[in-house]
Design a protein around this ligand. Structure first.
Ligand SMILES: Cc1cc2nc3c(=O)[nH]c(=O)nc-3n(C[C@H](O)[C@H](O)[C@H](O)COP(=O)(O)O)c2cc1C
Length: 143
């Protein structure tokens, strides 16, 4: 999506937020109306499970492959000097969004990837240290 698609998506998000959250404030509604327009390019990345062609490939592997594609898109965009961010928020899981984009009900939207030129450097945050999440299995004798 570029400008036109993003604007139409913002209108849809606005409508859904207003309809489904009776306490939504004007500020929140305005926020979602603008949100798809945060970057010049918005990619909607989907996983279309094709059981006929891909019957032997477990669905989890198909989804992971789409995730890997998303990651490559991020790296590719960053490598050529753009900023990119992968978000799901609520809209990736909302059936009305899929419907509006003409996707069949079994299609999964796995990511919205925003790509543009950064206004400012992204902020760092505290990271989990590798030692906390990586372990080595030293092997053990079979029982
Ligand atoms: C599949 C996926 C979904 C994400 N969805 C959201 C989201 O809905 N909202 C959000 O604030 N961040 C989300 N993120 C995280 C942002 O992309 C995050 O800002 C980005 O990964 C920056 O990485 P860092 O926080 O490790 O620096 C998501 C990341 C992934 C991989």
């Amino acid at each position: 999506m570029r400008k036109d698609g993003q604007q139409a998506m913002g209108e849809l998000w606005l409508r859904l937020i207003a309809e489904e959250n009776e306490n939504a404030t004007e500020e929140q509604i305005g926020y979602w109306r603008q949100r798809p327009e945060r970057a010049p390019l918005l990619l909607v990345v989907t996983c279309c499970h094709n059981s006929e062609k891909m019957g032997k490939v477990p669905l989890i592997e198909q989804k992971m492959s789409v995730g890997a594609a998303c990651h490559n898109i991020l790296n590719g965009a960053l490598a050529i000097g753009y900023a990119a961010q992968w978000l799901t928020e609520w809209s990736c899981y909302h059936d009305k969004i899929k419907e509006q984009l003409d996707h069949a009900p079994d299609v999964k939207i796995l990511g919205l990837i925003y790509i543009g030129i950064a206004d400012e450097p992204s902020k760092e945050r505290k990271r989990t240290s590798p030692e906390d999440v990586i372990s080595e299995w030293p092997g053990q004798a079979m029982q």
